[in-house]
Design a protein around this ligand. Sequence first.
Ligand code: HEM
Length: 159
Amino acid sequence: MNELDALIEEKTGLTIEQAMRIDKVNLYKKLGEETFWKLSKTFYTKVFNDEEEPWFKNIFKNRSMEEAIENQAEFFMQRMGGPAYFTKRKGHPALMGRHMNFNMAEKAAERWLFHMKASIAETPEIDEDSASRMMDYFTHTAYFLSIGVSKQQGMKRGE
Ligand code: HEM
């Protein structure tokens, strides 16, 4: 196991195998495109209107909500067994690089997951088994990005 995966497991209790359960079922086929669009719309509506934690909403302040929805929905569909929508439009997902300029502290990962969990709960088209696979993958990826990006940002500052 690599060092980053070990750290993620320590923090979240999730192994990489658990997180990759999204690949054992084609969730794109199972849930359909409408469900992914609905999920991303619900998620970003919550994020852009997060009055309880305005510092979190501020991470997204220079972005367009419409584009953010499109980016996320296309990435999720691609990652969960659908056509390469994201890559066709924007190139390799390279998630770590695309998050390099944002506040990716652990607190931000937790808030991201809080909104995603609530959004999944508000999307009845997502059955329990799919929801559990998706949340494990999202949790693992959120911590992967948080730890990985924070490390790179620290290296840039010469820490
Ligand atoms: C610490 C938690 C996270 C924060 C603070 C965060 C923040 C952001 C921000 C500010 C954007 C720019 C919005 C846009 O213009 O599209 C973004 C884009 C994106 N995020 Fe995250 N994110 C987090 C976690 C995640 C996770 C867990 C995933 C995937 C499972 C993800 C996937 C994406 C994708 C695909 C994009 C679009 C990138 C692009 O098109 O350039 N993010 N994120």
